[in-house]
Write a protein that binds this ligand. Structure first.
Ligand code: NAD
Length: 524
């Protein structure tokens, strides 16, 4: 495919570099720099310098820049998709739908919602605070470090970036070294959109560059990646301390009940497991199927897996190669461990011949809880299936796990579906659906347990990047307040106020309250 994107020559000078190899063919796609601590510090200093001007712009003004970014994505979507697909190996459909499409949707959503979410909120008056008005305001944190992974290298970098920018923060991005072409594309997007210098900085590099960013003079770090790296990022943030949001791994359950639409559930399970070659924090990694429909359902799943077209990146294939070469070893190790512990490899199970990092779509049956394929993130095209007696066993097993990112429940009984969804220990749960909830800009996204903490998307996605400030304003006409000195003889009246307030007697409370004010007004 005739697409390429390389960093400007000067960013390569006097830097250690790395080669980007195509996951599809193995050919060299370009040379990229490993940003040093000095590069990171300089980028953070530029972002800090740009901060006051960006912070002081109105929301409308900031949105004019974001609208330009949105227009560029609309106009150049096809070229963008080609670069992302070359970088990751994912089908063009996936680059368009899962990487690019959400950016204009998020910008549109926030254009409507940000004035409401970020505007000053006036609270209802409260009895205990007569004559006072309470407000909640938000102001930006400052320079936000965003560290992103390789599996959705565009979307998982750009959505937190725009969410931070809207509130008036400036951003330094450290994209994944596995997908540096997309990192360069993001730099190009913000430059072309004309963002003022320093408002968005991109420093390419590896883990050492990421570590330098967390050590630099930033005010918050937003991290998406593995649990192991998340721990390091959090430890570095704790040194300062600065707020940290961690978007980590998942081992998402899908529960197929007896009364599910089995064809829909089978097609969803296969899409949810093999989309993006299974390299998704929200992919179906534990499929629980109720015994009574197990045989019929597995027959449908097998047929569906057989239809998955592997190839790419072209316009018609369903599944590409693994983006990160090291992932092949993890997938093989998990499949082998499952086989040794008694699982049935019903379909696939090994890397494919020929160039590129392709792995067969793999269906593993008779999976048990002690297998690696059940306990750890596989992050590859593998669908592990667990037969359960009933939904109760499924929900118990689904929750008895260290991860809790998303999950899904499949039943034609809406009430039961919602009840099971509520009981699932996860940040998001779908009923008769999966994955797509992540793309709904209005729904908060994030994990529980080892899947991380903090939320983005929705209003929460703006608040994550903001400091909250509470303001209480008094009229200032009264010379004293009832709780101020002198305490003098106030205790008995204070006790009566306390009892009437807690007893819910508002008339008595007001009476005692005014008594207190009168006493406070008197000096010895
Ligand atoms: P990773 O942890 O290896 O790397 C993520 C980023 O951290 C990369 O940019 C990397 O260079 C950087 N990094 C490495 N060491 C660092 C350090 N010491 N300090 C700071 N930064 C450092 O993760 P990955 O392999 O790129 O991504 C896959 C993982 O991400 C999976 O576990 C997946 O589940 C998770 N993920 C989670 C979400 C989510 O929203 N919860 C989304 C996508 C991926």
């Amino acid at each position: 495919m005739a697409v390429s994107i390389t960093p400007p020559k000067k960013t390569l000078e006097n830097r250690e570099t790395f080669e980007k190899l195509s996951p599809t063919s193995g050919e060299n796609l370009g040379t990229f720099p490993i940003g040093t601590a000095e590069d990171v510090e300089a980028a953070v200093a530029r972002a800090r310098k740009a901060f006051p001007r960006w912070r002081d712009m109105s929301l409308d003004e900031r949105f004019t820049y974001l609208q330009r970014a949105r227009d560029i994505i609309r106009q150049e979507g096809e070229r963008y998709a080609q670069i992302i697909s070359a970088d990751t190996g994912k089908p063009l459909v996936d680059s368009l739908m899962t990487e690019l499409m959400s950016i204009p949707l998020f910008i549109d959503y926030y254009e409507k919602e940000a004035p409401k979410a970020l505007g000053r909120q006036r609270l209802l008056p409260q009895l205990l605070f007569p004559g006072k008005t309470s407000y909640i305001e938000h102001f930006p944190r400052g320079v936000v470090g965003v560290i992103s992974p390789w599996n959705f290298p565009f979307q998982l970098a750009v959505v937190p970036m725009i969410s931070a920018l809207i509130g008036g923060n400036t951003v330094v991005l450290k994209p994944s070294e596995v997908t540096p072409m997309t990192g360069e594309l993001i730099r190009e997007l913000f430059e072309k959109a004309g963002f003022p210098p320093g408002v968005v900085e991109v420093v390419q590099g590896d883990g050492s560059t990421g570590a330098a960013l967390t050590a630099a003079d930033i005010d918050m770090v937003f991290f998406t990646g593995s649990v192991a790296t998340g721990r390091k990022v959090m430890a570095a943030a704790a040194e300062k301390p600065i707020p940290v949001e961690l978007e980590l791994g998942g081992k998402d359950p899908m529960i197929v009940c007896e009364d599910a639409n089995l064809e829909r559930a089978a097609r969803a399970a296969v899409w949810g497991a093999f989309l993006n070659c299974g390299q998704m924090c929200v992919s179906v990694e534990r499929l629980f199927v109720v015994e009574s429909v197990y045989d019929e359902f597995i027959k449908l799943v097998k047929e569906e897996v057989g239809r998955v077209r592997v190839g790419c990146p072209d316009e018609a294939c369903d599944m590409g190669p693994l983006t990160f070469k090291g992932q092949i070893d993890v997938v093989e190790e998990h499949v082998e461990d499952a086989r040794e512990k008694g699982a049935t490899i019903a379909l696939g199970g090994k890397p494919m011949d020929g160039p590129g990092q392709f792995f067969e779509p793999t269906l593993v049956l008779d999976v048990t809880t002690e297998m690696k394929i059940y306990q750890e993130e596989t992050f590859g095209p593998v669908l592990p299936v667990i037969k359960v007696a009933d939904e109760e066993e499924a929900i118990t097993l689904a929750n008895d796990h260290k991860y809790g990112l998303t999950g899904s429940v499949w039943t034609q009984d809406r009430r039961k579906g919602l009840e099971l969804a509520s009981r699932m220990e996860s940040g998001q749960t779908s009923v008769n659906d999966l994955v797509l909830s992540v793309g709904n800009p209005a729904l908060p996204f994030g994990g529980v347990k080892s899947s991380g903490f903090g939320r983005y998307h929705g209003h929460e996605g703006l608040y994550t990047f903001m400091n909250q400030k509470a303001i209480m304003a008094a009229g200032g006409r009264m010379n004293v307040e009832p709780f101020w000195f002198p305490y003098g003889p106030k205790y008995p009246t204070m006790l009566k106020t306390f009892k009437s307030l807690l007893g819910g007697n508002m008339i008595k409370t007001m009476k005692h309250f005014w008594g207190l004010i009168r006493m406070t007004q008197k000096r010895d």
